[in-house]
Design a protein. Structure first.
Length: 87
């Protein structure tokens, strides 16, 4: 319906204008961080197959493993480039 579409688009606009907006992670192989490690840990948590502390550890260790594999400096450089930050 028109009202639902306006509500949806209004929510998107509010998000984009928020000073707290966070963009999707724009680095090489971001899907591995989000759709593999994060989603798997959250799914296990929601299914009560793990604790919050275990999920946090699993995410942290998984992200560290990916970052180490791909190269921390390369990932940081790619991230900074998406923000237009030069160092």
């Amino acid at each position: 319906s028109r009202a639902a579409a306006q509500n949806y688009l209004g929510a998107i606009e509010a998000s984009l204008n928020s000073p707290n907006m966070v963009l999707d992670l724009r680095i090489p192989q971001n899907q591995r961080y989000q759709q593999v490690v994060l989603d798997t840990a959250v799914a296990k948590l929601l299914a009560r197959q793990t604790t919050i502390d275990q999920a946090v550890t699993e995410i942290s260790e998984g992200w560290e493993a990916i970052t180490n594999e791909l190269g921390r400096d390369k990932q940081l450089k790619a991230y900074r480039e998406t923000l237009n930050v030069q160092r």
